[in-house]
Design a protein around this ligand. Structure first.
Ligand SMILES: NC(=O)c1ccc[n+]([C@@H]2O[C@H](COP(=O)([O-])OP(=O)(O)OC[C@H]3O[C@@H](n4cnc5c(N)ncnc54)[C@H](O)[C@@H]3O)[C@@H](O)[C@H]2O)c1
Length: 314
């Protein structure tokens, strides 16, 4: 699968283009907004490739860029593609319309994958002809730095397509996991937004400041989560392992879970107050350079994690 079409060239579509081109695929990049590819996506890709090269993450940024081709129509983007990654805006009607077009113009064997963050595939993939070759492949942004991809078949996706897609994603450097049954938000966003909802509750009810939430994650939870998950954290925090941890703290966990307000009804004042605090550090017009800074930090973290694993013989 060396001919890849990326449909939608926003934050995620342009990042996927880097993933595929870095792995040696020829990539066509299409967006319905005039100038979106040439004026925004390609310069952003060029900048990301410069940063990747500066950090030693890619050898030949120019060759990778040369494999990414702007196209001005969806049919021309997908007509020769062996794999299509859709990353248009998160809107059910838009996704249905795009999958109808993909089904019409992509070759019948082509895998059609969606980047949707939360919509179960069965709500829109069936708009495509031969819907059994369609599935969700949900990335984490930016996928050229964060390898996890959630592969989520719809009930009508054939197992062979799931296998081919998973194998392909692995080959281009990603770390796929299989979501075995459809669920809105898949795994990552259910975990992420459960935490964010409780954070809104804690700030909204005055238990702490917005910045304290970031500190709790940065200086606390994420220190361990960068290399082990919450189940292993628990396993290592009790002499009896995970079962011992639950023996000791299971009742407390249930009480806290009942008390958390993951359906907290936040209002516009709370949103404005948190935005105000964040914008003091990063004004909205400074988000692009701050994204580039974030990406350099992720590269540094991944380099450290790989070096540490080598040093420890893992
Ligand atoms: N931003 C994230 O962190 C993130 C992470 C994982 C998945 N996703 C998912 O990826 C998808 C894209 O998100 P994004 O953050 O890149 O959004 P974005 O707004 O940055 O980009 C979306 C792009 O889609 C284009 N578009 C809209 N309708 C189109 C159409 N009919 N045909 C072609 N292009 C069209 C827009 O012009 C825009 O450039 C969404 O489904 C989103 O939920 C986002």
């Amino acid at each position: 699968m060396n001919l890849v079409a990326c449909i939608g060239a926003g934050n995620v579509g342009r990042a996927w283009a880097i993933v595929f081109a870095r792995a040696g695929c020829e990539v066509t990049l299409y967006d319905s907004a005039a100038g979106a590819v040439e004026q925004h996506a390609l310069p952003a890709i060029q900048q990301s490739l410069r940063d990747l090269a500066a950090a030693g993450w890619v050898d030949d940024a120019a060759a990778i860029l040369a494999r990414i081709h702007a196209t001005d129509s969806l049919p021309s983007a997908v007509c020769g593609a062996t794999y299509v990654q859709e990353s248009v805006k998160e809107d059910l009607a838009t996704k249905r319309a795009v999958f109808a077009q993909l089904g019409q113009h992509a070759p019948p064997e082509t895998i059609l994958a969606s980047s949707t963050s939360a919509i179960p595939g069965s709500q829109f993939l069936d708009a495509a002809a031969q819907a059994e070759r369609c599935l969700v492949a949900h990335p984490v942004n930016p996928p050229y730095l964060i390898p996890l991809v959630e592969v989520c078949p719809a009930p009508f996706t054939t197992p062979a397509v799931v296998d081919r897609c998973t194998e392909f994603l692995r080959r281009v450097g990603q770390q796929p996991i299989l979501v075995r049954r459809e669920v809105p938000g898949f795994i990552l966003n259910r975990l992420q937004f459960t935490l964010v909802a409780e954070a809104l509750h804690l700030v909204g009810e005055g238990y702490c400041e917005p910045d304290d939430i970031d500190k709790v994650l940065k200086h606390g939870l994420a220190m361990r989560w960068a290399f082990i998950g919450p189940f292993e954290v628990a396993h290592l925090n009790a002499t009896g392992g995970f079962a011992g941890f639950i023996d000791n703290l299971g009742d407390m966990m249930r009480t806290l879970a009942r008390d958390a307000k993951t359906d907290y009804n936040w209002g516009p004042e709370l949103v404005a107050a948190i935005h105000h605090e964040l914008a003091k550090k990063t004004p909205v017009e400074q988000i692009a350079p701050r994204q580039a800074w974030r990406d350099r930090r992720i590269m540094a973290l991944r380099t450290h994690l790989a070096d540490a694993a080598d040093r420890l013989g893992e």
